[in-house]
Design a protein around this ligand. Structure first.
Ligand code: A3P
Length: 299
């Protein structure tokens, strides 16, 4: 991951984030200075915490359960990823412009930590949904993402070690989550956990519905939970990123094999138990303990 650098800003040098150099040149300033509207809706996460799943829930609720559009237009077009064009190699679109120029209300995804998000987010205060996930499942999911999509050449052990040292893209995860955890009671922030969505999706859908100031019947909520179920998301071409993955594979001369990897991969809580060694587990326990505030993760 040679092209990645640790970014910090002059006004708070303690805050850092691992991102590509290209992000600094292309996106840092224009994102910090981006104009924000009060009716924007943002989904922000550390990668692999259930972003895509949360986006679909938020978009559906924000659009009064418009299945017709959701089943016709890919999620990446309905809910673009702010900094994607500067973090991906040879991405064919300018995703900042795409986000900026969306018809209002705009729906925007970002993985940036608080200190790199637009300054106006904190004064204009649009709705922001933040989803966190336990760092062990997150690290494993991030590893599979890198190994299968970005041609990461290291081993799983290398990646997990780098995650624990805050050296993988968007690290440090601890700070990313804690900075949002600290502001979770602000009225424009909704802080969710992947594990709660797994345990009781209906309850989390209801939370988002209230946060978005909508009111749906129990039948409508049940139908939405089916749309958001793992199998449905995995098989839904408008959400599962199959086309983008095929494109990335083609561009990098690799073969697309859904038997080996799909973006909507396992979707489990505690999958790390089959994947981490005892030492890696302990190292990540220590990593989590290092965080400045305790977060009630579920494993
Ligand atoms: P795994 O790799 O552990 O399977 P993101 O969208 O932030 O990249 O997160 C991707 C992770 O969310 C993947 O985790 C994926 O399987 C999981 N996911 C996506 N949709 C899901 C759903 N409907 N139910 C459960 N997990 C889901």
């Amino acid at each position: 991951m040679k092209e990645f650098v640790k970014i910090s800003l002059k006004d708070d040098p303690k805050k850092v984030c691992v991102l590509p150099r290209k992000y600094v040149d292309q996106d840092l300033e224009r994102i910090k200075n981006m104009e924000i509207f009060p009716d924007d809706v943002w989904v922000v996460t550390y990668p692999k915490c259930g972003t895509t799943w949360t986006q679909e829930m938020v978009w559906m609720i924000g659009h009064n359960l418009d299945y017709e559009t959701a089943l016709k237009i890919p999620q990446d077009d309905r809910f673009p990823f702010l900094e994607l064009s500067s973090i991906a190699t040879n991405f064919p679109k300018d995703t900042f412009e795409e986000c900026k120029n969306q018809a209002r209300p705009r729906f925007i995804k970002s993985h940036l930590p608080i200190f790199l998000l637009p300054d106006q987010l904190w004064t204009v205060k649009p709705k922001i949904v933040y989803t966190a996930r336990n760092p062990k499942d997150t690290a494993i999911s991030w590893f599979h993402h890198h190994a299968n999509l970005h041609g990461y050449q290291g081993t799983k052990a290398d990646f997990i070690e780098a995650f624990g040292k805050d050296l993988v893209p968007y690290s440090p995860m601890n700070d990313h989550v804690i900075d949002f955890w600290n502001i979770r009671f602000q009225p424009n922030i909704l802080f969710l956990f992947f594990e709660d969505m797994k345990r009781n999706l209906k309850q989390e859908v209801t939370k988002v519905m209230k946060f978005m100031e909508k009111d749906f019947s129990q039948g409508e909520i049940d139908k939405l939970c089916v749309h958001l179920s793992f199998d449905s998301v995995k098989n839904n071409k408008m959400i599962n990123k199959e086309d983008i993955i095929k494109q990335v594979m083609e561009m990098t001369g690799r073969e697309y094999n859904p038997e080996k990897f799909t973006f909507i991969r396992k979707g489990k809580v505690g999958g790390y138990k089959q994947e981490l060694t005892r030492e890696q587990n302990e190292m990540l326990d220590e990593y989590i303990k290092k965080a400045e505030f305790e977060i009630e993760y579920q494993f």
